[in-house]
Ligand binder design. Structure first.
Ligand code: NAP
Length: 278
């Protein structure tokens, strides 16, 4: 039995935020991050509040629109267009999920790709798939940054990604492929998930199922990245069981692993979008 080294996402995120703040201070005009929150979902409200807070701390302009839960598709589209046309706005973020009567894909694609700081438009997804420069989704970009921090050797490594969402799993697999990993993707229809994950040198889990991956599903010495985050009666937990720490070589804790990286990479993307517009 080994005992894994924890990957300190809090510390890395804090360094990313400091670097961004320093680089923002050297710009001729501050970046402007526009956040759009629709409705009053408590989790989304907390996420947006944190994004706005960190944006101000990094020296960026905070531009916020809180729209009512029963707003029409056309009215949201018009608001996105207004923000996108505002020269002070260098990044636009539409907080997901949206109320079910709205067509999220259509609204996301209204964001000009060069202001799409969440990296979720068709154009940025296409740029990623083709290996061209573009804004990358924040959570997988944050995972890659953590892997670089620990000096993970991705070239030729067998990376298994559990989850195939547009937000995390798919872009994660693309980013790892670009770094020359041999990538296997798993999802809810995968037969004998543990048999596949046990082959992973690098295991990234973004399934949204508490403790889906047990210690027996992890190869000895593997690097394990747990994207999941769940509130339970015993506090927060991830998609990976804590006992996996006895088997893994490196592992992200929950909380304090991937979570803090998402906002840090959002700030980094907003800075990149601002620079690209200069
Ligand atoms: P999602 O859209 O619900 O996607 C979940 C994916 O996991 C789907 O592809 C699904 O497969 C797969 N899956 C579900 N159950 C499975 C099972 N039993 N075995 C194998 N695969 C399974 O979720 P998401 O947006 O990618 O987020 C995943 C998790 O990460 C959630 O816990 C979320 O809260 C967390 N998250 C954290 C951050 C952060 O900043 N730390 C950011 C984003 C998300 P199918 O496609 O077949 O349905």
């Amino acid at each position: 039995m080994s005992s894994a080294t924890l990957i300190d996402g809090k510390a890395v995120a804090s360094r990313v935020r400091e670097d961004v703040a320093r680089e923002v201070a050297a710009l001729p005009a501050p970046p402007g991050l526009a956040t759009i929150l629709i409705g009053d979902d408590p989790a989304s409200s907390v996420y947006v509040r944190n994004k706005r807070k960190q944006c101000v701390k990094a020296g960026m302009r905070d531009i916020h629109r809180h729209l009512s839960a029963d707003i029409t598709q056309a009215a949201v589209a018009a608001e996105i267009d207004r923000l996108a046309a505002d020269p002070r706005v260098t990044g636009v973020l539409l907080q997901l999920p949206l109320p079910p009567h709205l067509n999220a894909a259509e609204l996301i694609d209204r964001i000009p790709p060069d202001k799409d700081v969440d990296g979720l438009t068709e154009t940025n997804a296409g740029r990623l798939a083709l290996g061209r420069p573009g804004l990358r989704p924040c959570t997988p970009a944050g995972v890659l940054r953590l892997l670089d921090e620990i000096g993970a050797d991705l070239s030729g490594a067998h990376a298994v990604v559990v989850g195939r969402s547009d937000l995390v799993g798919k872009p994660m697999a693309q980013l790892l492929l670009q770094r020359h990993a041999t990538v296997t993707m798993c999802h809810s229809r995968t037969h004998d998930l543990a048999a596949v994950t046990r082959q992973a040198d690098l295991l990234v889990v973004a399934a949204g199922v508490p403790r889906l991956i047990g210690a027996d599903a992890v190869k000895l010495g593997a690097t394990v990245i747990d994207v999941g985050i769940h509130h339970t009666s015993n506090g927060l937990c991830g998609d990976v069981d804590a006992k996996a720490q006895d088997v893994a070589g490196w592992i992200t804790p929950v909380p304090g692993g991937v979570g803090p990286m998402t906002i840090a990479m959002l700030l980094r993307n907003t800075l990149t979008a601002t620079r690209n517009a200069l």
